[in-house]
Design a binder for this molecule. Sequence first.
Ligand code: CP
Length: 312
Amino acid sequence: MPELRHIVRSQQFTEELISEIFALADILNPKMTYDYLKGKIGCMLFYEPSTRTRMSFESAVLRLGGQCISTENANIFSSVAKGESLEDTVRIVSGYSDIIVLRHPQKGSAEIAAAVAKVPIINGGDGADQHPTQALLDLYTIRCRLHRIENLKIVAIGDLRRGRTIRSLCYLLAKFKGHHFVFLSPESLRIGDDIKEYLTKHCVTFEEHFHLHTTSFGDADVIYDTRIQTERDKDNPEEAKRLLQEAEEFILKEEHLPLMSKNCIVMHPLPRVRELPIDPDRDPRLVFIEQANYYGVKIRMALLCKIMEIKI
Ligand code: CP
């Protein structure tokens, strides 16, 4: 069995594996084409909308010399619309491809897929639970920009309850020592108790504030902003409206930039909507475009090489 068969959650990455993936990412150029995946097919099986995860994985497969098949909105554009189960879809698509990137609204869907797949499954986001490859690219961005992944003060802002990217990043950062998290969100969108328990178990300290605690910006290394996940309230538009109102005070504005240290970085998994209305070219500390399009493709190229056991 290969060392890395499926990627379903952040907790599965060991420090050694992370360092191997980062070493691969360091040497792979997202603007060059290789033939490491020549003859291989990557399938993008997406049941929820995506720009970055789907297209950066497609780009990574193509840059590595492979080819892609894909469906976005699989609920409508695949036989899922006729009632086919996730398991059967994965069983079939396993026969058409060599690796499957799955995004699905249901927590645990990547594990369900991995249990029946004949090829590696990569979790591209399962509901409000995890997005492990986003966490890896976030960690890689931090490592490339701040030159360390220990002893960081991370201020996380926004929908911390349902934001799978911050949940996954907490799991990943907890593997490294000396971090302190500051969680800023409306009380109704506070970080989950499961994450707080995990951080405590791994000796990571944290504090929570239910207002935009700007005094924590001054010595922060990373400001990690997130969007309010209104799509999780699609059956309850009144709730979505209420949460957006509550989140109004958490909008990160240009006037907050002078409060931040000159060495900090401002990250966002994107898409951003109203919570970060600042031109990314306004300040070099705003790294969220490069986070997605440069570091994102490098890490996904590295992950594909690692999971397909390509020797570089
Ligand atoms: N960050 C992220 O997962 O973006 P997409 O939803 O566009 O894939």
